[in-house]
Design a protein around this ligand. Structure first.
Ligand code: AMP
Ligand code: ZN
Ligand code: FE
Ligand code: FE
Length: 281
């Protein structure tokens, strides 16, 4: 069984539509794929329909933006009730703040390079969660950089003079909200320092105490040392260990199935909740 539990669609900053993501998962030989857009479940319906058509198992998920002590972090949530109001409110708040933050980043960039917010909006699918990758795409479209990677390396990295933050719930609240919605929270790329500042282990301990179920130790952005540290911490805290690609389509080099989760771990994750809205064969 090939299982990839972290992938993005045009409902956030991926370049494949939800149906294209599912088709790409089939083409990559996956048996199970999760759709985990940033702060949004908008891709679920189309992905579900496509998964039924293709006979692949889809795990409906999100990647919830969170923060701890001014450090941004991401919590994957699987199989939760998408109508649970308290979680919806936090995701709405984060999405609104992301849009406003993209305006601020773009305004700072506009002082130095030819770009305006309309260029960014032109890169965002209707209703999608706005992220820095959309600003990157606008920089590419305007001929300022070659690709998303160069945009991040030059202009959009954490700590860049053009960087700005957005609202996000605390990590502990994020874990609690996903649990309260009947979902399974797994911390994404916990030690991927190349993306920006990472939290100390005690934050993850607090998240574990709040109901965190797993750590995504196997992730393309982890060095071998970071992966090992995640494995050690997961063992110490009694957390499950997942592996995923964090596929974003053509915009980011990650390939579907380049990291995977063993079947036993997947079954343990799904088994954490009784309601398991999995679809497909
Ligand atoms: P944001 O959510 O707006 O803070 O932007 C973070 C998103 O940008 C994450 O989904 C990352 O996968 C993506 N990202 C970070 N670094 C890069 C990079 N070098 N190239 C492409 N995408 C990136
Ligand atoms: Zn993303
Ligand atoms: Fe992430
Ligand atoms: Fe992601």
């Amino acid at each position: 069984m090939l299982i990839d539990l972290h992938a993005h669609s045009t409902a956030s900053d991926g370049t494949d539509t939800p149906a294209e993501l599912v088709a790409a998962a089939v083409a990559a030989g996956l048996d199970v794929v999760a759709i985990t857009d940033h702060d949004s479940t908008d891709g679920w319906a189309d992905a579900t329909e496509a998964a039924q058509r293709h006979g692949i198992r889809l795990v409906r998920g999100i990647e919830l933006s969170c923060a701890a002590g001014g450090i941004s972090l991401h919590v994957l949530g699987y199989l939760h009730d998408p109508t649970y109001e308290p979680l919806l409110r936090e995701m709405d708040h984060a999405r609104t703040s992301r849009t406003e933050r993209a305006r601020r980043i773009t305004a700072k960039l506009a002082a130095d390079v030819p770009i305006d917010y309309a260029d960014v909006l032109a890169q965002v699918h209707q209703g999608a969660t706005v992220g820095r990758p959309h600003i990157a795409d606008a920089l590419v479209a305007n001929g300022i950089v070659r690709d998303r990677d160069e945009a991040f390396a030059t202009y959009l990295y954490d700590g860049s003079p053009y960087y700005a933050r957005h609202y996000a719930p605390s990590a502990v609240d994020g874990v609690r909200l996903i649990r309260a919605a009947g979902g399974v929270p797994v911390m994404a790329h916990p030690f991927a320092a190349k993306r920006g500042r990472i939290v100390a282990d005690d934050v993850i301990e607090e998240m574990a105490a709040a109901g965190l179920v797993g750590l995504e130790a196997h992730h393309p952005d982890h060095t071998p040392d970071q992966e090992r540290h995640a494995l050690d911490l997961a063992r110490a805290l009694g957390l499950l260990v997942t592996g995923s690609s964090d596929y974003h389509g053509t915009g980011k080099v990650n390939r579907l199935a380049e990291r995977t989760t063993p079947q036993g771990v997947f079954e343990a994750l799904v088994g954490r909740e009784t309601a398991s809205p999995l679809v497909g064969a």
